[in-house]
Write a protein that binds this ligand. Structure first.
Ligand code: CA
Ligand code: CA
Ligand code: CA
Ligand code: CA
Length: 396
C-alpha cells in the first residue's frame, strides 16, 4: 500500500512537472507571438506616419559599432549586409532623424527582436520612390519560406524575427554577439536556408533542437495599404483647408483631357481631374480661388507628393464648386450613398490586364489608364470594388 502510494504520488509529480513545463513553454510562445505582432504594428506605424517619406523603413541596429544600443546604423553606401540586425527601438539618427519605433518588444525568452528590410524601402544616397506602383517592382524583395521550402511570400518588405534561447553552438556572451548566435538555419528538403546569412531568404520552419526562430513579416501590399490611407488623409486635409476659408466650397480640379501631359494647376470650370497644386489662375479677381492662391501650398511642400500626384484624382460636385452655394442637391454618389461634396480616387498600380499603361505624356493624360468601372465613365457615381486584375481604385 505504501509502495503504491509512493508510485502514484511519484507519477503525479512527474505529470505536474511536465504540465508546468508545457504551460511554461506555451506562455513563452504566447509572449513571443505578442512581441512579434507588436513589433509589426509599430514598424508599419513608423513607416506610414513618416512626415517626409511615408513608407520608408528604418535601418536595423547592427553590431558594427560594437553595441546593440537601439539606434539604427546609417550605412553608406548600402549593401545587403547592412539590412539585417536588431529592430531599432530607440532612434533613427540617419537622414531626416526621427525617434525609433518607440517599443522594444522582447520574445518569450526576454530576447530583443531582429529585423531585415528590403532595399526597396530604405534611403541609399537617395530616397526610394514609394507609391502604388512599387507593388509591381520585380526585384530586391525578401522571400520567406515555410519549413518545407515552399514560398510563403516573395514580396516581403520587412521580416521580424524572435531569436528564442541560444541553441547548441550559440553563445551570447559579450556586448554585441554576432547574428549567428541568435538566428538559425534549417534544411528544407534539398536546400538549407539561413536567417543569419544577411541575404534575402528567410525560413519559418517548425521549432526543433537546431532551429527556434519565430518569424512575422510585412508584405509590400500590407505596407502600401496603410501608406495609401495616410496619403489620402493628407489630401483630404488639404481640401478641407480650402473649404475652411472659402465658405465650404472646394477648388477646381486640374486638367485631364487625354491629349496632353498631366498638369497640376486648377482649371477654371473643371470638376474632374487631378488634385490641383496651384489654383486656377484665370479665376476672376475677388473669387475664392484668387483669395486662396497665396496660401494654397499644402501638398507641394511635401517631398513625397511628387511620387503620388499622378495617381490621385478628384471630382468636386457642382453644388460645391467655386462660386456655388456649397449645398446639395447636385452632389456625388459613392457606393450608392449620395450627398458627397467631393470624392478622392486613388488609382493604384497600372492594370496590364485591362491595357493600362502610363509611359508617355499622352498615356498619363488618359483617365482610362488609371481608373476603372464607375470611376472612369464621367458621371456622378463612383464605386469601390474588391481588388482584382480589372479593378483596383480606392475611392474616398
Ligand atoms: Ca549598433
Ligand atoms: Ca534562434
Ligand atoms: Ca537567408
Ligand atoms: Ca485603378
Amino acid at each position: 500500500m505504501v509502495l503504491l502510494t509512493i508510485m502514484v504520488l511519484g507519477a503525479a509529480t512527474l505529470l505536474v512537472t511536465q504540465l508546468n513545463r508545457f504551460s511554461g513553454s506555451l506562455a513563452r510562445d504566447q509572449r513571443t507571438m505578442l512581441a512579434l505582432a507588436d513589433a509589426k504594428a509599430a514598424l508599419i506605424g513608423w513607416a506610414a506616419s513618416h512626415p517626409q517619406r511615408p513608407g520608408l523603413l528604418p535601418f536595423p541596429d547592427q553590431n558594427s559599432d560594437a553595441n546593440y544600443d537601439g539606434n539604427s546604423e546609417c550605412p553608406s553606401p548600402v549593401n545587403l549586409s547592412h539590412l539585417t540586425g536588431r529592430l531599432p527601438g530607440l532612434a533613427y539618427p540617419c537622414t531626416d532623424p526621427r525617434a525609433g519605433l518607440g517599443v522594444e518588444p522582447l520574445d518569450g525568452y526576454s530576447e530583443p527582436l531582429w529585423y531585415s528590410v528590403s532595399s526597396n524601402l530604405i534611403y541609399d544616397g537617395s530616397y526610394p520612390v514609394i507609391n502604388s506602383e512599387l507593388r509591381d517592382k520585380p526585384n530586391n524583395w525578401i522571400t520567406v519560406r515555410d519549413g518545407s521550402g515552399a514560398v510563403l511570400s516573395d514580396k516581403v518588405a520587412a521580416v521580424i524575427i524572435a531569436p528564442g534561447k541560444p541553441l547548441g553552438g550559440q553563445s551570447r556572451a559579450g556586448a554585441a554577439p554576432a547574428i549567428g548566435n541568435y538566428l538559425d538555419s534549417a534544411i528544407a528538403v534539398a536546400a538549407t536556408y539561413s536567417n543569419s546569412d544577411l541575404d534575402l531568404d528567410f525560413i519559418a520552419a517548425q521549432p526543433n533542437s537546431s532551429f527556434n526562430d519565430r518569424l512575422i513579416y510585412i508584405t509590400i501590399d500590407e505596407l502600401l495599404n496603410q501608406v495609401e490611407r495616410v496619403i489620402v488623409r493628407r489630401v483630404r486635409l488639404c481640401l478641407a483647408a480650402y473649404a475652411g476659408v472659402s465658405g465650404g466650397k472646394y477648388p477646381w480640379a486640374a486638367q485631364l483631357d487625354g491629349s496632353a501631359a498631366p498638369e497640376y494647376t486648377g482649371d477654371f470650370g473643371r470638376n474632374f481631374g487631378r488634385i490641383p497644386e496651384a489654383l486656377n489662375i484665370d479665376a476672376t479677381p475677388g473669387s475664392p480661388d484668387a483669395a486662396m492662391q497665396p496660401t494654397w501650398n499644402c501638398l507641394t511642400s511635401l517631398p513625397y507628393w511628387v511620387n503620388w500626384r499622378e495617381l490621385i484624382f478628384y471630382e468636386v460636385a457642382t453644388g460645391y464648386q467655386p462660386g456655388s452655394g456649397a449645398t446639395c442637391p447636385a452632389c456625388l454618389i459613392l457606393d450608392g450613398t449620395g450627398s458627397q461634396p467631393f470624392v478622392i480616387m486613388l488609382a493604384g498600380k497600372a492594370l496590364a490586364g485591362v491595357g493600362q499603361q502610363r509611359t508617355t505624356d499622352l498615356d498619363k493624360g488618359n483617365l482610362n489608364n488609371y481608373l476603372e468601372g464607375d470611376n472612369a465613365d464621367g458621371d456622378a457615381n463612383f464605386e469601390n470594388q474588391p481588388v482584382s486584375a480589372a479593378f483596383n481604385d480606392q475611392v474616398f
